[in-house]
Design a protein around this ligand. Structure first.
Ligand code: HEM
Length: 345
C-alpha cells in the first residue's frame, strides 16, 4: 500500500537514548512502591531498558541489588517497577531460574524491529505526575547501569470507566475497556511449573508501535470505527455500553461489528483467550508518534502471542508499524527489593 509505505518507512527510526552519561545516585528516602497494575496508572511514564554492567552471578548481583534499592526508595509519589529480560538470566548464570517462556521477543509479520530499541537485561518503569519528574527519577535510577534504549510516554490522568483505567490514544480511540478487572488473572500461579521465586509475577510484553496518524485521519470516523470495532468513546457498534459484553453471538456475519475488526479478532469472546491486561502510553518524538503498548499476562503463548497471531493481516496494520519492544518478566512486588534474594539465593 503506497500510502502506508510512504507514511511509515520515511520515518527515521530513532535509537533510544543509548549510553547516556549518568551520575551516581544513592538511594533516597521515599514511599513503598506500587503493586502490579496499580489503578489508575500515572499520566507519565519512562521505560528504560538496561544492559547491566558485569557478568556472572556476583557481577550482576551487585547491579541488580542497587537497582532494586533505588526503585524501592525512589521519590515519594513516584511509581517504579523492574522487569527482567531473558539475557539477564544468561549473563548472570541463572538459566535454571529463568521463567519458562521468557525469551527474546521474536519479530512478528509486519514488524520492522530496530535492535537498538529492542530487548534488554532489565526494564525499569517509572511513573509520575509530570514528564520531568519521571525523566529525573529514571535517570537517577538507571543511567549509570547501562541504558540500552529509553522511551517516554503519557496518558490521561486518572480516567476510569466501567471500572477500568482508560485513555484516548493518538488515533482518537479510548483504550482499556476490554481489560480484565484487576491484576490477579495475569499473575503467574503456583501450578504453572514456573520457578518458585516467579510465582505472583507476570510476563510483560512491550511493543513500540508507530502510528501513521495522517493516513488514519484521512478515513471517515465511521470507517475508523469499523476497523477498531468500537466507537471512539468505547461504545460497541451495536450501541451497547462500553462496559457491556459485545453482541457477537447475535451478529455472526459481522454486519454490525466486522469479523476482521481489531477487537473481534483480538478477542472473539469464544473463551480461547487467556486474559491480557494492556496499558497503553502515547509517545511523540521528533519524527514519529504512536503507542507504547504494554501487556501483562501469566502465560505468553496463550496471552500476547496468541492474540498477536490472530491480529496478523488486520486492517489496523495498514496504519501502524512496530519498531521495538521486548519480552520481560515482572517479579512479584517489582518495585521493592523483596524479589532479589529469592532470585539470587
Ligand atoms: C497497533 C496499535 C493498537 C491500537 C491502536 C489498538 C487499539 C485498541 C482499541 C481502541 C481497543 C478497544 C478498547 C479496549 O478494549 O481497550 C483495543 C482492544 C484490544 N486490543 Fe488493541 N490496539 C493496538 C494494538 C494491540 C496489540 C498489539 C494487541 C495484542 C497483541 C492488542 C490487543 C487488544 C485486545 C486483547 C483488546 C480487547 C479486545 C476485547 O476484549 O474486546 N491491541 N485495542
Amino acid at each position: 500500500m503506497p500510502g502506508r509505505q510512504h507514511a511509515l518507512t520515511r520515518r527515521a527510526v530513532i535509537a533510544g537514548a543509548v549510553g547516556l552519561a549518568g551520575g551516581c545516585s544513592a538511594p533516597r528516602p521515599g514511599r513503598a512502591r506500587a503493586e502490579l497494575l496499580s489503578a489508575p496508572p500515572r499520566p507519565h511514564t519512562v521505560l528504560a531498558a538496561l544492559d547491566l554492567p558485569g557478568s556472572g552471578r556476583q557481577g550482576v548481583a551487585g547491579a541488580l541489588r542497587r537497582l532494586a534499592e533505588r526503585t524501592e526508595s525512589a521519590a515519594a509519589g513516584v511509581e517504579t517497577a523492574v522487569a527482567l529480560g531473558a539475557s539477564l538470566f544468561d549473563r548472570a548464570g541463572l538459566a535454571a531460574l529463568r521463567p519458562r517462556q521468557l525469551a527474546a521477543m521474536p519479530s512478528f509479520p509486519g514488524d520492522v524491529l530496530d535492535p537498538r530499541r529492542c530487548h534488554g537485561d532489565v526494564l525499569v518503569q517509572v511513573g509520575a505526575d509530570t514528564a520531568e519528574e519521571a525523566a529525573r527519577e529514571a535517570e537517577a535510577i538507571a543511567d549509570d547501569l547501562g541504558v540500552r534504549w529509553r522511551m517516554s510516554g503519557f496518558r490521561e490522568a486518572a480516567r476510569v470507566d466501567a471500572g477500568r483505567p482508560v485513555a484516548t490514544n493518538l488515533f482518537g480511540f479510548v483504550e482499556g475497556h476490554g481489560n480484565p478487572a484487576g491484576a490477579e488473572v495475569v499473575r503467574v500461579g503456583d501450578r504453572q511449573g514456573e520457578p518458585a521465586w516467579a510465582i505472583g509475577g507476570s510476563y510483560l510484553v512491550v511493543r513500540v508501535i508507530q502510528f501513521a496518524t495522517e493516513l488514519w485521519n484521512r478515513d471517515t470516523e465511521a470507517e475508523q470505527e469499523r476497523i477498531i470495532g468500537r466507537r471512539r468513546d468505547g461504545t460497541w457498534l451495536d450501541g451497547r455500553p462500553a462496559g457491556a459484553e459485545p453482541g457477537y453471538a447475535a451478529d455472526p456475519h459481522g454486519r454490525r461489528t466486522p469479523l476482521d475488526a481489531h477487537v473481534r479478532r483480538a478477542n472473539p469472546r469464544d473463551g480461547s483467550v487467556a486474559p491480557l491486561a494492556r496499558r497503553g502510553y502515547s509517545f511523540r518524538g521528533r519524527d514519529e508518534q504512536g503507542l507504547l503498548f504494554t501487556a501483562y499476562q501469566k502465560d505468553l503463548a496463550s496471552g500476547f502471542e496468541a492474540v498477536q497471531r490472530r491480529l496478523a493481516g488486520e486492517r489496523l496494520g495498514r496504519y501502524t508499524l512496530t519498531v521495538g519492544g521486548g519480552y520481560f518478566f515482572v517479579p512479584p512486588r517489582a518495585g521493592t527489593t523483596s524479589w532479589v534474594e529469592p532470585l539470587l539465593g
